[in-house]
Design a protein around this ligand. Sequence first.
Ligand code: AMP
Length: 356
Amino acid sequence: MIVPPGSNIGIIGGGQLGRMLAMAAAQLGYRCHVYAPDPSSVAAEVAAAFTEGAFDDEGALTRFAAEIDVATYEFENIATGPLAALAEVAPLHPSLEALTIAQDRLEEKTFIQRHGGRPAPFAPIGDRAALDAALAAIGTPAILKTRRFGYDGKGQVRIDDPETADAAWGAVRGAPCVLEGLVRFDAEFSILLCRNAEGQLVTWPAPRNRHEGGILVTSSVPAGPDLQAAIAEGEALARRVAEALDYVGVMAMEFFAVAGEALFNEMAPRVHNSGHWTIEGARTSQFENHIRAICGLPLGATDLAAPRVEMRNLVGAEAEAWQDVIADPAAHLHLYGKGEARPGRKMGHVTRLLGA
Ligand code: AMP
């Protein structure tokens, strides 16, 4: 089904991903209607319409669905029950199935294993005794992660010594978790792909990603010849998963590269921070192709627009240096319009197109 320009696209979630989606949609002549609990949402500022509502308010989501032609989300921590009611009224992409898998680290890892992917060693943790058993089996260092509601390193505790297991279990407040072995990776990279309902599938050149404290710092493309084999393996897995889910929209999969192989970290059924460089750095951005896919349009080319591209996040107070960034004529500055520069908060990013 084609949703033509001029139609109304519903975006659930009001953060910077929604903001950049709405900007890409506007370029194609769509009107975006943002749904979020916070009236000062940075996506609403650039959208045609805004509805304030809780993510679990089924009635409000259903009324919202009646006002739009197609719906998408920019945020994964949304209860799937109320979203299912919305999906009865307006088409929702990516599907609830993809969202349900990605919301739960345990579901996600077992799903990926069924499709031939290899996560880092892991064990499900339902109680304190299971944590001891898993620490004995996996060893330390390890990372205890809540199964649900984690992002940007939140909901994660590193365990270097089994004697600190009590403190780690306290820090996650006994929530259902997975324990993961710490991976001594050579590098991290992500696969960004987009698929439409006709089955057209495109991938962007995979970025090499650097994180600090669980937060993405830089994405660089091309990732470099040392990652070529691991990237080919990761891309093959991402394609298999997208086909198996009959996926529509942008999907991101994050990997650790270890000795030329790809260890799966996590997947996101949405546009992704490691794809922000595509706005200026690729022929078609992840945001535009996501809008094209959910509206049933052909996808745009994903080649690089320069020999090398680097994206750097502006986190917390780093955004205060915006004057230095914009003084560089080669820098593309993006500020998300967020008020308070709290530590760890993503305030903006800068993309540079570079020579060979
Ligand atoms: P996540 O939110 O699970 O993607 O974790 C954020 C970042 O923390 C990752 O991109 C890695 O840099 C680091 N990290 C998470 N899990 C592991 C692991 N099992 N081994 C090594 N580093 C990890």
